[in-house]
Design a binder for this molecule. Structure first.
Ligand SMILES: [Zn+2]
Length: 224
């Protein structure tokens, strides 16, 4: 497990609540200890499997409820709990404040849609104009990863990442672009296997329509 910063996590949580961008969650429930949560989720998942008519005495299916419960709490939904928020090491910006941006591209996004609990598979590009501090590069990836690891809608995911980066770096100028394939569109429903969804969240200078900066960001984000 990477280094975490629960204190910073709680600040980000409070900030997202204040700006109305937090995931709808009952935080007392999120804070229930993992062991207890795994037991409860496993019990309910076993009931779903039984209702579907699966035989839970079969040795291939027997451990599935527990396996799914562990996967939910420790892996694909660990980003609900701000105790797991990544430590965000910052260094002083010695280059001085100008309009040059830091951009990280092709960040892997593995999330799950909150409407169907199936995979969203995508890539993110993130940029910000540093003010007094610069964030370690891998931290941008970690922030993207944290917010991906909860049931999501892509629009809110994009906004949460932008807002968190702006809050942590104290930079008003942030842009986040995500292109994602939603398996609830690909494997069920309309069964469109080729479509993808693009979302953009911008703040400050990046939000100025027709600006050179915004164009530059979008060009970098869309380049494959
Ligand atoms: Zn869906």
């Amino acid at each position: 497990m990477e280094k975490t910063d629960p204190v910073l996590g709680e600040q980000v949580h409070a900030h997202l609540l204040a700006v109305g961008l937090e995931t709808p969650m009952v935080y007392d429930k999120v804070k229930v200890k993992n062991d207890k949560k795994i037991k409860a989720v496993a019990k309910h998942f076993a009931a779903i499997m039984e209702e579907l008519g699966l035989d839970l005495t079969d040795d291939s299916l027997m451990d599935t409820p527990n396996r799914v419960a562990k996967m939910y709490t420790r892996e694909i939904f660990y980003g609900l709990d701000y105790d797991n928020f990544p430590k965000c090491t910052k260094i002083e910006n010695k280059m001085g404040e100008n309009n040059s941006f830091v951009l990280e591209r092709n960040i892997n996004v593995q999330s799950n849609c909150e409407h169907h609990f199936v995979v969203i598979d995508g890539k993110a590009t993130v940029a910000y104009i540093p003010k007094k501090t610069i964030l370690g590069l891998s931290k941008l990836n970690r922030i993207v990863q944290f917010f991906s690891k909860r049931p999501q809608v892509q629009e809110r995911l994009t906004e949460q990442i932008a807002e968190a980066i702006s809050f942590i770096t104290q930079s008003p100028d942030v842009a986040v672009y995500i292109e994602g394939v939603h398996y609830c569109v690909k494997s069920r429903g309309i069964q469109d296997v080729t479509s993808s969804t693009m979302t953009l969240a911008t703040r400050g200078a990046f939000a100025e329509v027709n600006s050179e900066l915004r164009r530059e960001f979008l060009n970098s984000a869309r380049m494959k």
